[in-house]
Design a protein around this ligand. Structure first.
Ligand SMILES: Nc1ncnc2c1ncn2[C@@H]1O[C@H](COP(=O)(O)OP(=O)(O)OP(=O)(O)O)[C@@H](O)[C@H]1O
Ligand SMILES: [Mg+2]
Length: 341
């Protein structure tokens, strides 16, 4: 495919390499065993009514994973029969709480909760199996996502826009800031451009947020209720505004795919924004604590890092920053030239 150039948007070799990497990771059962134990510990320690199979480490190797057998049926089984598991609303709520808690407050979450990986146990509880894909999230990414999500479910558009711009990377705002410093006499025009940009983002975002809440409250099409669909609209909005979304937000959206299946097929009137709002109410203290944690320092600034190398990395980093600034200045002057015309 690479030679014939039939696929151009992605590099086919990279796609295959990525596939190999993930498959190898998923086939290492010691890693999966570690994921299961960590997630199980998180569920137990924080009092979630979620079952995660216990691993028998002394019987587990890289090629064989031995774990507790959970009696029950997976969600796919219910889904194929178009049948609702008993107490489904409460179970799914607990599942959503567990995923959000893991992602936002623990920084380690089950990133593949599709219907075949969720079981309804014979005791009527919810279980997560198959921790082949479980991922870590950086503190800075968790903080930004938490702020954004919290504002969205409160229907606070102003806070949501601020959090969105903090989470995403909007080069235009940097350029305008530099331009304002470099060309103070054009400050009004620059301010106007900034206002227009922010207004566009705000209009786009408030439309997405309002429609989501409205569909959840009053009913509406599946698409209007789906968090995944809302995330896709968000990504499109970002794309139009030249905004780059962090990779972790794509993983977050992907994880929410399962909720979509549940909403689409099993409980059409599950009010997801209300559930997430309740989550932030319940874990107010954890949310506040998360925002207090300082962002991670770069690896080369950690105390155990060799001091000589640390200096080299630091000066390289500041050199890159300086170059970035120069580039921004060039962009800024290009914008100013347009004004002169
Ligand atoms: N501990 C367990 N107790 C009971 N059933 C389980 C357990 N672990 C897995 N299963 C069942 O076996 C199925 C396959 O297991 P698992 O998802 O771990 O394998 P997989 O190879 O990743 O499958 P897939 O590719 O379909 O996700 C699950 O969908 C679930 O129904
Ligand atoms: Mg599976």
């Amino acid at each position: 495919m690479k030679r014939t150039n039939v696929v151009r948007v992605v590099d086919p070799l990279k796609v295959v390499q990525e596939f190999v990497r993930w498959t190898e990771r998923e086939l290492d059962y010691l890693r999966e065993a570690e994921h299961l134990s960590k997630l199980r510990d998180q569920a137990v320690r924080h009092g979630f009514n979620i079952k995660i199979p216990k691993v028998y480490s002394d019987l587990t190797t890289r090629k064989i994973l031995v774990m507790e057998f959970i009696e029950g049926e997976n969600l796919k089984w219910y889904y194929l029969r178009d049948e609702m598991p008993p107490g489904a609303t409460e179970l799914f709520k607990e599942g959503i709480f567990f995923e959000l808690y893991s992602y936002l407050f623990k920084g380690f979450f089950h990133a593949d909760p599709h219907p075949a990986n969720l079981l309804i146990t014979d005791e009527g509880g919810l279980a997560f199996v198959d921790a082949g894909i479980a991922l870590e999230v950086k503190i800075s990414d968790r903080k930004k996502m938490a702020k954004f999500l919290e504002a969205v479910v409160r229907e606070n558009v102003t806070d949501a826009v601020a959090a969105f711009l903090e989470m995403a990377n909007a080069p235009i705002l940097k350029i305008l800031k530099e331009a304002r410093e470099a060309y103070p006499r054009y400050w009004m025009k620059i301010q106007l451009m900034k206002t227009i940009f922010l207004k566009k983002v705000k209009t786009g975002l408030s439309d997405v947020i309002e429609r989501w809440h409205k569909a959840a409250r009053e009913g509406g099409s599946i698409e209007e209720k789906s968090p995944m669909h809302k995330f896709m609209q968000l990504f499109q909005l970002a794309d139009r505004a030249g905004i780059k979304m962090p990779e972790s937000s794509v993983l977050f959206a992907r994880t929410f795919l399962t909720i979509d299946v549940i909403v689409l097929e099993l409980i059409p009137d599950l009010n997801i924004p209300a559930i997430i709002n309740e989550f932030f109410e319940k874990y107010k203290a954890e949310f506040a604590k998360l925002l207090e944690i300082p962002d991670e320092v770069p690896f080369y600034m950690e105390p155990e890092f060799d001091s000589e190398w640390s200096e080299i990395f630091q000066s390289t980093h500041s050199e890159i920053k300086r170059r970035e600034k120069e580039l921004l200045m060039e962009n800024a002057s290009a914008i100013m030239e347009t004004f002169e015309i």
